[in-house]
Design a protein around this ligand. Structure first.
Ligand SMILES: [Zn+2]
Length: 354
């Protein structure tokens, strides 16, 4: 079934995306700026950070990956908008991933701004957890999913990755669904949209007709919905519910954290639902045709844009954890899939929101 296409609005961004360039800083209206921040060594190439200017308050959404080059771009973007780092009063990350929250810790030190996350967001790792235990547990889970022993080192979390996660900013504020971001002169309300991460949020600036969608809704890529252990048991079901929550209208301009701006939230949400439903159907058909014994076995029979054999390291991890999220969803819909997905979760491993 082909669904109606979305309407492109970020023309310069799309051109830059196609040409593999960093898009320009753009002023969207009097008070809102889009500032691309480089995301080095990643096919996404940049995070779109948004600056909102209020009455003496200035809030940055998704400051992006922490790097010197990123900070440099951000400072130049702020300057174009007429402010300096010290004028920032708040930083909101749509979710905890390093390409969104990454630079917040450093910016907080330089600016004194508060850092906010959604109240349901769970950081993958808090500073107080035992690294060795986390690594061990991660490997146990991947083994349960059928990741072969000779691919384990490639797919598993390593200590540098953990160190990166541990260095992320702990939030000063937690934002609840329906709450207004506490900044004078801004009318920015929170919609809780779990799925891509346990406590992802979108932000609505109704006076300017803008929705900041983070990674919940992107114009071209279907956001990755992974089963994270520990984490919510059915992230794909959460994601469907969260798509419903943002698809309340189709006219506002959607300002995503990657790729380019567009109009048509309802249209895009419908496409994303369809994409995931097709994927679940494919998982069921692999179950019937190949009788797989593990998550890995299912994953290798699914279609991947560049082929299963091209998947390596982190992208292989994403493929396997996405497959696991479909299996959990299908089970919740009454399909009996007798494949090991979760280990019993000892209390010591349960990661609470920091
Ligand atoms: Zn992202």
């Amino acid at each position: 079934m082909s669904l109606p296409p979305i309407t492109l609005t970020g023309h310069m961004q799309k051109e830059a995306w196609q040409n593999k360039l960093l898009p320009p800083v753009e002023q969207l209206n009097n008070d809102v700026w889009s500032i691309p921040v480089p995301f080095p060594n990643n096919p996404m190439r940049y995070t779109l950070s948004y600056l909102l200017l209020g009455d003496g308050d200035a809030v940055l959404i998704d400051p992006g990956w922490d790097s010197e080059a990123g900070l440099d771009h951000l400072i130049r973007g702020l300057r174009q908008a007429g402010i300096g780092l010290r004028d920032l009063t708040g930083i909101v990350a749509t979710h905890y991933h390093s390409d969104h929250l990454g630079m917040a810790a450093r910016l907080r030190v330089k600016s004194g701004a508060w850092v906010a996350l959604g109240d349901r967001e769970v950081r993958r790792l808090s500073a107080c957890e035992d690294e060795d235990l986390v690594v061990l547990r991660d490997r146990e889970e991947l083994t349960l999913w059928g990741v072969p022993a000779d691919r384990l080192a490639e797919v598993a979390m390593d200590k540098p990755t953990l160190a990166h996660l541990q260095n992320l900013a702990d939030p000063d504020l937690r934002l609840q669904d329906g709450e207004l971001v506490p900044a004078k002169g801004l009318d920015l309300s929170v919609i809780t949209t779990p799925g891509h991460s346990p406590g992802h949020i979108c932000l609505v600036d109704a006076p300017h007709g803008l929705i900041f969608s983070g990674d919940h809704v992107l114009p071209r890529i279907s956001p990755h919905i992974a089963l994270e252990l520990p984490g919510p048991p059915n992230p794909l079901e959460d994601y469907y519910e969260s798509l419903d929550r943002v698809a309340f209208e189709d006219v506002m301009e959607v300002c995503p954290a990657h790729e380019y701006r567009f109009r048509g939230m309802q249209r895009r949400a419908a496409q994303l639902v369809e994409h995931n439903r097709e994927r679940s159907a494919e998982v069921l058909s692999v179950m019937n045709r190949h009788r797989p014994q593990t998550i890995w076995d299912i994953a290798r029979h699914l279609t991947w844009s560049r082929g299963w054999d091209s998947l390596q390291a982190f992208s292989l991890r994403l493929a396997v954890s996405e497959t696991a999220s479909h299996v959990m969803y299908l089970r919740s819909r009454g399909h009996s899939i007798d494949i090991p997905v979760t280990l019993p979760s000892p209390a010591a491993h349960v990661n609470s929101a920091s």
